[in-house]
Design a binder for this molecule. Structure first.
Ligand code: SAJ
Length: 452
């Protein structure tokens, strides 16, 4: 834990969410004295009790040990430390602009505690230039020089929600330093718990690298969704064609789906679109494709089944992807809004998300309650439990099931006289053309409406 002549011992982690809290716990386990800071009083109280509501593999044990050892404590405000790490949310606004209010607030709360010789690291996924324009500006406003007085870095995280602790330990780390010395010092800290490669670079390269990673994924999901639309129009099973195409040694087409959720993949491309409008048409088009998948699936279902105003539709899956409990920016939210706009009564099932309602519709963990009497069912999330569904599990009134994730055992349902509409396959093996009208109602946004 050395930075040349100085030994780093104390760390202040600002933002105790799904990245900050595991990071703080791992640093404490490595031997640092860590202060975790969060504006949420409940989070601060939970951490000081050694507990968390986050469902992350291995986190509870590491957290409890870190707190009981006295190496981790939480508070509402930052204190002086050798190292500061900012891990706060960077959402987008309804018109797809970067909302850096949390980063700005954290930087301004931190700056008075920063002393000459401190190291400051921004981890939050941010638009290009944020490290210098927001963090650097806040430090310079308090008389610091980001070239010589304090060390400043941008070090984005690469974690798959659900296995955050494991990925923080295993994955390589991009270490973007405003100066090479800053990068070296940050690498020394991350190596205390991370066995991955420390990839030293500049802050500006690191900022773009993070945005490129997630934008690459969004565009590749969009091309998979375009291939699905082609399959539906051509009357060809796009999933089968993709499976065979991926046997090519240099082809890796992702899976079509009913939209792209989470607080990263559908968000990060907008930082590049906003920052570089003259060269990001492809990224904007990919966002439009992914953001219309859910409405398009509903259009196809209504065209095939006659589902209409006043009918009851059961939506299976609120989480933004399978086998996690996180509904943030889930494609299901866009579907719920559109069902409501079209006068359909929606009831949502999710086995993992803890809520009894969202966006004005009931949510239940009881599948039969959600499906009972439904005129149609739409599968939106690839939870493992939906792969083993049988017709007896789905006591619906209607016959049509739209499968947005390719998880349903079609054979059993067809044998029971049901109708299955699969994303990427034409209705009943025919061909079809669907033109999605983007709803003129308030634009579908990536703003998470919150879980009521
Ligand atoms: N999805 C598809 N088809 C696919 C893959 C995903 O429709 O083939 C959908 C998912 O259902 C989900 C959305 O895309 O709704 C995002 O899922 P994801 O697993 O791609 O993304 P996240 O947000 O869970 O995690 C991503 C990861 N980034 C990359 O894989 C490049 C993770 O490594 C990042 O650390 C994380 O974003 C982040 O925090 O940035």
């Amino acid at each position: 834990m050395t930075s040349g002549k100085h030994v780093d011992r104390t760390i202040c982690v600002i933002g105790l969410g799904y990245v900050g809290l595991p990071t703080a716990a791992l640093l404490a386990r490595s031997g640092y004295d860590v202060l975790g800071v969060d504006i949420d009083e409940q989070v601060v109280a939970d951490v000081n009790r050694g507990t968390t509501s986050l469902q992350e593999e291995g986190l509870r044990t590491i957290l409890a040990d870190a707190v009981s050892s006295g190496r981790l404590r939480a508070a509402a405000t930052p204190e002086a430390a050798d190292i500061f790490i900012i891990c706060v949310p960077t959402p987008i606004t309804a018109d797809h602009r970067a909302d850096l209010s949390a980063v700005t607030s954290a930087a301004e709360a931190m700056a008075p505690c920063v002393e000459t010789g401190s190291l400051v690291i921004l981890e939050s996924t941010s638009p290009a230039g944020t490290t210098r324009n927001v963090i650097g500006a806040a430090l310079e406003a308090h008389g610091h020089d980001v070239q010589t007085g304090v060390h400043v870095c941008y070090c984005p995280e690469r974690v798959l929600p659900g296995d955050t602790v494991g990925e923080l330990v295993r994955n390589s780390r991009i270490i973007g330093g405003v100066t090479p010395e800053a990068a070296e010092r940050a690498a020394g800290m991350y190596k205390s718990f991370c066995s991955g490669e420390m990839c030293r670079t500049t802050d500006r390269v690191a900022e773009l690298c993070k945005l490129m990673e997630n934008t690459y994924r969004d565009v590749n999901i969009a091309i998979a969704n375009v291939f699905a639309r082609i399959g539906e129009e051509a009357g060809v099973d796009a999933h089968e064609a993709i499976r065979l195409a991926n046997m090519h040694p240099r082809v890796d087409i992702l899976s079509p789906g009913p939209g792209v959720g989470g607080h990263c993949i559908p968000v990060d491309p907008w930082f590049l679109i906003e920052g570089f409008p003259a060269c990001t048409d492809l990224l904007a088009e990919a966002r439009a494709i992914n953001d219309t998948q859910a409405v398009r699936l509903l259009d196809r279902l209504q065209a095939a089944s006659g589902l209409n105003k006043g009918h009851h539709v059961a939506i299976l899956g609120l989480a933004y992807k399978g086998d996690i409990d996180d509904p943030r920016d889930s494609p299901t939210l866009a579907l719920i809004r559109e069902c409501t706009r079209r006068g359909l009564t929606a009831h949502v099932h999710d086995p993992l998300v803890e809520t009894d309602g969202i966006a004005g519709v009931p949510v239940t963990r009881n599948l039969k309650l959600a499906v009972n009497g439904a005129d149609a069912v739409i599968i939106m999330t690839d939870h493992a439990c939906y792969r083993s569904l049988t017709p007896d599990d789905v006591p619906m009134r209607g016959q049509w099931i739209a499968d947005g994730r390719g998880v349903l055992n079609d054979t059993a349902f067809l044998a029971a006289g049901m109708q299955v509409l699969s994303l990427g396959v034409a209705a009943q093996g025919g061909t079809e053309t669907v033109r999605v009208e983007i709803p003129s109602a308030p634009q579908v946004t990536n703003q998470f409406v919150g879980v009521s």
